[in-house]
Design a protein. Structure first.
Length: 346
C-alpha cells in the first residue's frame, strides 16, 4: 500500500512512517516542516526506495492537490496539526488555520482524487485526533467513542472541528473515512516542549521541573510506538465510518509521572541525583482539564489490539533514549518558544 502521511516529520507521524516502511508499505511524507518538525525523526528510513518526502503545507490547497495527483496514494493518514495546548492559548489562529482549514483542504483534495479514480473501494482517509475533544472527566468514568464532545481549549476545539469535518465528508460525500482519538503519547523523538521531555531535560540541566497546579491532573499515557501500531491496524482492518479510541491503559497523576521520571533518572543518570529535589509547582494552565481516560474496548474487541508497553517500561526506554541522543534534542532547544512558559496570555 502507498500511504500519504501528513505531518510525517512530527513526533507521532514519524513513528507511523518508520513502522509503515518497516512493514513494507510505501510512504509519501507530506510535512510543512514547521517549528516542531524534524527530518532527523525519519532519517532511519529516508534512504528506503519506498519513502518519498514532499515539503507541502496542508493550508496550501493547490500543493496538496498536486501531491495527490503525482503520488497517487492508496490511503491517507492525517496527522499534521498544531498540537500544543499552551501555544493554542497564546495564538489560537494558527490552530484554526492548520487544524480546521488544513483538514478541509486535505478532505477536498482527497475527495476529488477519489472520485477521479472511480471511487476505489480500498481507499481510506484516516484522521488521527485526540481524547481532548471529549473534555474533562471527574474521578470516575472513561471516554468512549459515544462520549459527547466538550472541548475546553483552542487546541481541542480545533481538533473537534476537524473530527466533525471528516465525519461529515464521510456521511455527505461517501468518502471512506476512519477516525481515531488517542490518549497522551510519549516516547523517543518527542519534541521538547511537552511534559515528559521537559521533565527529563530540566532534570538533566539541574533546573526547576515545572508542575502545573498541584500535579493532580490525570492522563492516560500511550507509548508512541504502540500508537503507531494501533493506527496501522485501524487503517488495515477498521470499519469504514467507524471511530476507534486508542488508549495506553496507563493512567497516572502528573506529579506521580514526574516522580517516576526522576526515579528513573536517579537510576540511569545518578551523577545529578536526586532529581525530585528540582520539582517546582507553578501556576496552573488556564482551563486545565482534570482527567482524561480512554475506554479501549472497541479496538480491543473488534481489531484485537491493545498496548504492549507499560508506563514504567516506556519511561525507562524514553529516558534512556534522551540520555543517548543529546545530538538530536540539543539543537531543538533553540527553536521558537522552547524552554519558555507559554499559555499564560489569558
Amino acid at each position: 500500500m502507498k500511504i500519504l502521511v501528513t505531518g510525517g516529520a512530527g513526533f507521532i507521524g514519524s513513528a507511523v512512517v518508520r513502522q509503515a516502511i518497516t512493514a513494507g508499505h510505501q510512504v509519501v511524507n507530506l510535512d510543512a516542516l514547521t517549528y516542531a518538525a524534524c527530518l532527523e525523526n525519519v532519517a532511519s528510513v529516508a534512504d528506503d526506495p519506498g519513502y518519498t518526502f514532499e515539503k507541502v503545507d496542508i493550508r496550501d490547497r493547490v500543493g496538496v492537490a498536486r501531491v495527490f495527483a503525482t503520488r497517487a496514494p492508496d490511503a491517507v493518514m492525517h496527522l499534521a496539526a498544531e498540537s500544543h495546548v499552551d501555544r493554542s492559548i497564546d495564538g489560537p489562529g494558527a490552530f484554526i488555520d492548520t487544524n480546521v482549514t488544513g483538514t478541509f483542504n486535505l478532505l477536498e483534495a482527497a475527495r476529488a482524487y477519489w472520485l477521479a479514480r472511480g471511487r476505489p473501494a480500498g481507499f481510506r482517509f484516516h484522521h488521527i485526533s485526540t481524547d481532548e475533544v471529549y473534555g474533562s472527566l471527574g474521578a470516575a468514568g472513561k471516554f468512549t467513542e459515544d462520549t459527547p464532545y466538550d472541548p475546553r481549549s483552542p487546541y481541542s476545539a480545533s481538533k473537534a472541528a476537524s473530527d466533525h469535518l471528516v465525519r461529515a465528508w464521510g456521511e455527505t460525500y461517501g468518502l471512506p473515512v476512519l477516525v481515531t482519538n488517542c490518549s497522551n503519547n510519549y516516547g523517543p523523538f518527542h519534541f521538547p516542549e511537552k511534559l515528559i521531555p521537559v521533565v527529563i531535560l530540566k532534570a538533566l540541566a539541574g533546573q526547576p521541573i515545572p508542575v502545573y497546579g498541584d500535579g493532580s491532573n490525570v492522563r492516560d499515557w500511550l507509548f508512541v510506538e504502540d500508537h503507531a501500531d494501533a493506527l496501522l491496524t485501524v487503517l488495515a482492518r477498521g470499519q469504514v465510518g467507524r471511530t476507534y479510541n486508542i488508549g495506553g491503559e496507563n493512567e497516572a497523576r502528573n506529579i506521580d509521572l514526574v516522580r517516576l521520571i526522576c526515579t528513573t533518572l536517579d537510576r540511569l543518570h545518578p551523577q545529578t541525583a536526586p532529581h525530585d529535589r528540582l520539582i517546582t509547582f507553578v501556576t496552573d494552565r488556564p482551563g486545565h482539564d482534570q482527567r482524561y481516560a480512554i475506554d479501549p474496548t472497541r479496538i480491543r474487541t473488534e481489531l484485537g489490539w491493545r498496548p504492549s508497553v507499560t508506563l514504567e517500561q516506556g519511561i525507562a526506554q524514553t529516558v534512556a533514549w534522551y540520555l543517548k541522543n543529546e545530538a538530536w534534542w540539543r539543537p531543538l532547544l533553540a527553536r521558537d518558544g522552547v524552554g519558555n512558559r507559554l499559555g499564560v496570555a489569558s
